[in-house]
Design a protein around this ligand. Structure first.
Ligand code: GLU
Length: 289
């Protein structure tokens, strides 16, 4: 294993950050097992953070299932919603104040702007389909030049986008893949930091939490490489220290499609009910035990 990072006191802090929008599947087993191993091998601390911001898609039964399935696999965490810790609360739905402060700071620095485009407008204006697993279509910049309708006391009621520095190369070192470079404005456009239904967007919440919780290494799937580049810009804009990154290779189904929560037959829960042992599930997830 490559050398891993540590915080100011020399301690590694890693995290598991599942979203309870479905049952965890083999792909999650793989990423979370690797994250747990890296924390263990560094004698570090592993935290569990429940990424439950999207109240329409997140369900309590998936929260319960995620704790159970992770424990059944043999993954242990030292801080989390179920056991507390110095950076509680460990569920994003209870951390709005942290995200709000970050929104305020980005607004004061004019790093973000309000946007009235609907998801449909953006999808229709996107120049090319996205084939690299990155979910967000490139924003064409329609609202970038709008006159500010401020002052804004709250982000609610309108979408907020981060203004990316067009043409700038954003680089970070991935501990498995080496240096990765993405060009802002080409590989990705101005991205959402807050939704009009008053939900902080994934990119903002994850950056704020990883920084506040003093995460030293972020382990995630390689479908999120471009998101990491977006997040590097947010860390910089917020003046927050940037952690190390390790992006895991994705598991694909027989047709070569990456696993998603809709692949219920490959959920940890289903395989367990079929009688597989944790070791057998981990073998199917192609991790070394
Ligand atoms: N909750 C996100 C997910 O499940 C976390 C991704 C990450 O930043 O590791 O995709």
């Amino acid at each position: 294993m490559s050398e891993v990072s540590s915080d100011l006191h020399g301690r590694y802090r890693g995290r598991l950050a599942p979203s309870p929008t479905g049952l965890l599947h083999l792909g999650h087993a793989r990423t979370f097992w690797i994250a747990a191993q890296r924390a263990l091998q560094s004698h570090g601390t592993l935290i569990l953070r429940n990424e439950d911001l999207d109240s329409e898609r997140c369900r309590p039964e998936f929260v319960r299932a995620m704790y159970k399935d992770l424990r059944w696999l043999g993954i242990q965490w030292a801080e989390g919603p179920d056991c507390g810790g110095p950076y509680a609360p460990y569920m994003q739905s209870k951390r709005r104040d942290f995200y709000f402060q970050a929104w305020r700071k980005l607004l004061d620095h004019r790093s973000i702007y309000p946007c009235t485009c609907s998801r449909r407008d953006v999808a229709q204006a996107a120049t090319a389909p996205n084939n690299d697993g990155d979910d967000e279509p490139r924003y064409p910049g329609t609202c970038r030049q709008r006159c500010d309708r401020g002052p804004f006391d709250s982000p609610a009621g309108i979408n907020w986008r981060f203004r990316v520095p067009d043409g700038e190369s954003v680089c970070f070192v991935d501990r498995r893949l080496g240096t990765k470079t993405y060009v802002a404005g080409e590989d990705f456009g101005d991205f959402l930091v807050w939704r009009r239904d008053d939900v902080p967007a994934y990119q903002l919440a994850v950056v704020v939490d990883d920084a506040v919780m003093r995460i030293t290494e972020v382990v995630r799937g390689e479908d999120l490489l471009k998101s990491t580049a977006r997040q590097v810009l947010l860390y910089r804009a917020l003046g927050l220290p940037i952690p190390q990154f390790y992006h895991c290779e994705l598991l694909r189904d027989d047709a070569g499609t990456r696993l998603a929560k809709r692949h219920d037959a490959l959920s940890i829960r289903h395989l367990r009910e079929k009688g597989l042992s944790p070791e057998e599930v981990l073998q199917q997830a192609h991790v070394s035990l």
